[in-house]
Every structure is written in structure tokens, then in C-alpha cells.
Design a protein around this ligand. Structure first.
Ligand code: ARG
Length: 591
């Protein structure tokens, strides 16, 4: 369907033409003076130059051409040549009715969906999920949902880090602590135990310990590097340990992501693409792209137009080992074979931006993907603590995601218990839902590339631009609808004939807020920007709460008016619920 702005624009274009001016001047925008009008057309100002005429004269000509139009409640030219537009209640309502009945609220979908792979999450086995991985999961999940809603065929891949030094470090430390395990006996010929020689808790302690120790003891680091190589070359005992690490870690990761409503379609691992590397490197050699530089094999990726230096991409290290980039390139080969995507999106810390420039250019130069495949890097900023430094635990350590979630849940639980006496079970359930909303909205309401400050008390507040405020609005509507039903009313989302033209300013404002949905979705989709949806639902919630305070809803004496309000409430609730689903959280029944 046409958006309301497009419809006004088409009337204005026609009128400019009718008055003898170019129709390109009939552009319309939401008013930046909402106290004066809802929409404005500044085309007469722009046309003045071309027609060498005073803008106000042009505006008046156009108004004459508009004549009496049912769309407008008022339309006037004001000095020096603006056209101020207020729409008629009936005209606005026709869009609201259409929005209520059409699938996906009548938004315009792209003509053809793209095939997309989105690489997000990017956790590493053996390490517990910490807050550094939070943003990738939260932003990636939302971008995936937005693209899917808009008709793209999108696959979310967790791209599990299971191939690096962390494996060698765990193996090395384990060999010191439990040297008698059969994995370390080169002559062992039996079957390795099914049971892992560590729990997730132990694993999460072993890795940081080994990592810290290796930073201070060079021989230990060397040993870990050798063990990594031995594992990568297929040592059976080490591979068995690695399998245990995978099992234990993946189970824990799934549990954590599940609590955050983050669902990956595929769990591909860095290790999966290692077999593709030799041929890929051969192909690059044959194309003459690889050349030696200080013993390493590199691809030059600098371009003349570069403003800063882009160093060559190292594909094979001087000792013959492959590295992070090699794996990422092979993953592109794999994705091309599996999905032949139009677009691959990476949601990764923006500090890896240069790295991805190198990888993307190498992939294009080597023909790993077609020239027109879109390789997109969504680089996110850092989540900081209140001190403006990267978020840490009180004692300065890396905070585990699970602990963060539990802290937030506890904070919310305390808040909701102030209002009502919930059973422990219900209270916790609600607090978990609200907590996820607090965390995700707190993150997504910022433009992804910006750093932000994680402030528990602000994020969990029921007032202001927060997740809980949005949920509170939805819960308020749910409870109004439930009450209406208790009183014998019928809640039916299809009953749109009950809708009447608005009878107050707050209702008009609410309807106009709703009607922004289509444009918001379009720009959230094109710019891969969940924060646009946050802005929208914050405004919509505000408009709704204002409407709620200004009008008698259930207590209204006019039965028809009441029915109409209920219909509007249903639509607001549906739109809000759709939006929070796109952000990756949902609302409880009460809170
Ligand atoms: N595992 C990596 C890390 O923890 C992130 C992976 C990002 N994705 C990628 N394709 N490189 O830093």
C-alpha cells in the first residue's frame, strides 16, 4: 500500500503540475513544527529559483490547484513560502483501517528477497560467553529477524571459534593437571573415555588460567603453540580432548543463547572449513595473487583511492601455519558452495574493521565470490561501564554473560516486587523476560557502531527510553483488553469497521505514530539498523500512553467510541509486539 507520506506527496505533485510547475517540487516530510502542522511541503521554496518567482506566490498557486481535497483538514501557505498540512481524520483513518487488515500491516516489501548469510555471535569454545560477545549476538539476531521479515532468505551462522590457540592452551594445562589421562599417552590404543575430563565450570577456569600463565611464561606459550599444531595435524588424543571441549562448550553456549532468545540456524565451526584451505591456496597461487613477503604468503589489497594504508592480507604464515584470515576466506568458499548468497553480513567488533576490509578485498580479488556479491561489515562499538571503560566485573575481571543476565534479572525482580506480591516462580519468569528486554533494548537503541554505557539501573527502569517501558505499555494494553473481555466485549483484530475517525489530538497523534511503521521498516531494513525500530516504538509507546491518560477508554459512555478505541488498542499492541519480536524479545502477561 502507499504510505501516508507517499499519498500526500502524490496529491502535491499533481497540484504543482496543475499549477504549471515541475512535479518534482511536490515532496513532503513530517513537520518539524508539530505545533503548527503534521506534514509540510517546502517545494515552493525550492522552485522559487527555477521560476524566478516569490516562493509564497508559488505556494499560493499550488494551493489553488489543490482546491478542496478531502485528504486535508487544513492546508495553508505561510511566509516565506512553506505549505503547512493537517490531514483530515477520515483520511488518516483510511490508512489505519488498511494497516489493520493487510498482511504485515501493508508495508511495501522489496520486489525480490535476497539470499543472505549472516555471521554473528562468534563465540569461542573453551571460553565462557562473556559480555564482549553480547553485542554481536544481540545485534545479529535482530538484523537477521528484520531481513527475514522483509522477505530475504537469510541463514544465521554462529561461526564457532574452535580452531585457535585456546585449544592448545587447554590441552597444555590439562596435561599438567592430569598427566595420567590417556589422551597424553602416545602409545594408548584403547578407546578414549566418553565422559569429558572436565565440567564447563572447570573448563571456564582452565582457559583463563592457562591464557594468563602463557603471557608470563614463554616456554609454556611455546608448548601451547606446539600442542595447537599437533592437534591441528590430527593427533588422536588431542582431537579427543577437542571433541570433549566442543560437547561441553556447545551445550553451555546453547543454554546461554537460548536464554537471550538468540537462535542460530547453523552451528558451523572454523574447523569445518579447514579441508577447503589447500585447494583455495592453490587456486590463489595459480592466479598469481599470492606473493612472498618476509617468508609469509600475502595478497596485496591496497587500492589507489585508499585514504589510509591497507596492508596486505596474510594467508599463510612464515612457518607454514594458516591463520584467522585463512579460515575466514575458506568460510567464504564454503558459504558460496552451500548457499550461493547475494550477501554475507558480519556482525563483529568494529576494531576488526581493517581486518575485514583485507578479507573482503582478498575474497573479491581471488574470485571466491562474484563481483556483485555484497560483503557487509557491521562493526559495533564497545559496551562500557559507568566509568566509560570497557565493562568489567567489580574486581576488574571479564564478566560472564550469564552473570550479567542474572544481575539484571535480580534488579528487575526487586522492582516488580515493589508493585505486587508475585510468587517466586512467576516473579522470576517475568523478571527474566523483562531483563532480556532491558539488556537488548539498552543495546539496540544505540546505533550499532557507537560505544554505549551499560547502566543497569537506567536500563531496567520502567520509565524513559527503555525495554521495560515498552513492555509496560504492551502489558497495559493487554490488561485493558482483558478487562474489556471480562465485561463482555469482543476482542477481534479483524473487526476494523468499528474504527471511527479520531476525536482528540492525542488520538490523531497516536494514529500518525502508527502510520510511520512502513517507512521505519524500510529504513531499518535498508540500513540494517535495529535502532530505528527502537526509536519508533518509543515514540509509539509515548503516544499511546498520552492517549491513554487523556481519554476514557473502558469507562467511555459512548459504546461505539469505546469499540473504536479497542480496535485501535489492538492495532497498537500488534505493531508493538511485532517490533519487539524483530528486536528479539517478548512481553510477559503482566508485570
Ligand atoms: N571468534 C571471534 C572472536 O571472538 C569472532 C568471530 C567473528 N566472525 C568472523 N567470521 N571472523 O573474536
Amino acid at each position: 500500500m502507499l504510505t501516508i507520506i507517499e499519498s500526500i506527496k502524490s496529491i502535491m505533485e499533481e497540484s504543482f503540475e496543475k499549477a504549471g510547475y515541475d512535479k518534482k517540487y511536490g515532496f513532503v516530510s513530517v513537520s518539524n513544527r508539530p505545533d503548527l502542522c503534521q506534514y509540510q511541503c517546502n517545494g515552493a521554496m525550492a522552485a522559487a529559483k527555477e521560476y524566478k518567482k516569490a516562493p509564497i506566490a508559488i505556494a499560493n498557486d499550488v494551493l489553488e490547484a489543490v482546491g478542496d481535497n478531502e485528504a486535508f483538514k487544513s492546508i495553508e501557505a505561510v511566509n516565506p513560502g512553506f505549505i503547512n498540512i493537517n490531514l483530515s481524520e477520515k483520511f488518516i483513518l483510511s490508512f489505519i483501517s488498511e494497516m489493520s487488515t493487510e498482511e504485515k500491516f501493508g508495508i511495501n516489501l522489496p520486489k525480490q528477497g535476497k539470499k543472505v548469510v549472516i555471521d554473528y555471535g562468534g563465540p569461542n569454545v573453551a571460553k565462557s560467553l562473556h559480555v564482549g560477545h553480547l553485542r554481536s549476538a544481540v545485534i545479529g539476531e535482530s538484523v537477521k529477524r528484520i531481513l527475514r521479515y522483509m522477505g530475504d532468505d537469510i541463514v544465521g551462522d554462529v561461526h564457532l571459534g574452535d580452531w585457535g590457540l585456546q585449544i592448545g592452551l587447554v590441552i597444555t594445562e590439562l596435561s599438567k593437571r592430569k598427566p595420567d589421562l590417556p589422551y597424553f599417552d602416545d602409545n594408548f590404543e584403547g578407546e578414549y573415555p566418553k565422559e569429558a575430563p572436565f565440567t564447563i565450570e572447570e573448563l571456564c577456569e582452565i582457559y583463563p588460567y592457562a591464557s594468563g600463565y602463557s603471557k608470563e611464561h614463554e616456554d609454556y606459550l611455546l608448548e601451547a603453540q606446539e600442542n595447537t599444531a599437533k592437534f591441528q595435524n590430527g593427533d588422536p588424543g588431542f582431537k579427543a580432548i577437542w571433541n570433549h571441549i566442543l560437547d561441553v562448550s556447545i551445550a553451555d553456549l546453547k543454554k546461554n543463547y537460548d536464554k537471550l532468545n538468540v537462535e542460530f540456524d547453523i552451528w558451523n565451526k572454523e574447523s569445518d572449513v579447514q579441508p577447503l584451505i589447500p585447494k583455495m591456496i592453490d587456486d590463489m597461487k595459480n592466479k598469481g595473487l599470492l606473493h612472498e613477503s618476509e617468508g609469509a604468503l600475502v595478497v596485496d589489497v591496497a587500492e589507489e583511492s585508499d585514504k589510509k594504508e591497507i596492508p596486505p592480507c596474510i594467508v599463510v604464515k612464515s612457518n607454514g601455519a594458516t591463520l584467522y584470515a585463512t579460515t575466514d576466506l575458506a568460510t567464504i568458499v564454503d558459504r558460496k558452495q552451500q548457499f550461493n548468497p547475494d550477501e554475507i553480513i558480519y556482525v563483529v567488533d568494529k576494531r576488526q574493521s581493517m581486518y575485514f576490509t583485507q578479507v573482503f578485498r582478498t575474497a573479491k580479488k581471488s574470485g571466491l565470490v562474484d563481483e556483485d556479491t555484497n560483503l557487509v561489515f557491521i562493526g559495533f562499538g564497545t559496551m562500557n561501564g559507568k566509568d566509560g571503560k570497557p565493562f568489567k566485573t567489580r574486581d576488574g575481571g571479564v564478566l560472564r554473560l550469564q552473570d550479567l543476565r542474572e544481575d539484571v534479572t535480580a534488579e528487575v525482580l526487586a522492582k516488580i516486587k515493589e508493585n505486587r506480591d508475585y510468587s517466586d516462580e512467576e516473579g522470576t519468569q517475568i523478571a527474566e523476560k523483562v531483563g532480556v528486554a532491558a539488556i537488548k533494548y539498552g543495546d539496540l537503541s544505540n546505533q550499532a557502531s557507537k560505544d554505549y554505557i551499560f547502566d543497569i539501573s537506567r536500563f531496567t527502569s520502567f520509565e524513559g527510553n527503555t525495554g521495560p517501558y515498552i513492555l509496560y505499555t504492551i502489558v497495559r494494553i493487554k490488561s485493558l483488553l482483558a478487562k474489556y473481555q471480562e465485561e463482555g466485549g469482543i476482542v477481534d483484530e479483524k473487526n476494523t469497521t468499528a474504527l471511527l475517525p479520531a476525536d482528540s489530538d492525542s488520538e490523531i497523534k497516536l494514529q500518525l505514530s502508527l502510520l510511520k511503521f512502513g517507512e521505519v521498516m524500510q529504513s531499518a531494513y535498508e540500513e540494517k539498523a535495529p535502532h530505528k525500530i527502537c526509536q519508533f516504538i518509543y515514540e509509539l509507546s509515548d503516544s499511546f500512553n498520552h492517549f491513554y491518560h487523556e481519554n476514557k477508554i473502558l469507562g467511555n459512555d459512548d459504546e461505539n467510541r469505546k469499540k473504536s478505541y479497542i480496535q485501535l488498542l489492538i492495532l497498537v499492541k500488534r505493531v508493538l509486539e511485532q517490533c519487539i519480536d524483530l528486536l528479539g524479545f517478548d512481553a510477559p502477561e503482566r508485570m
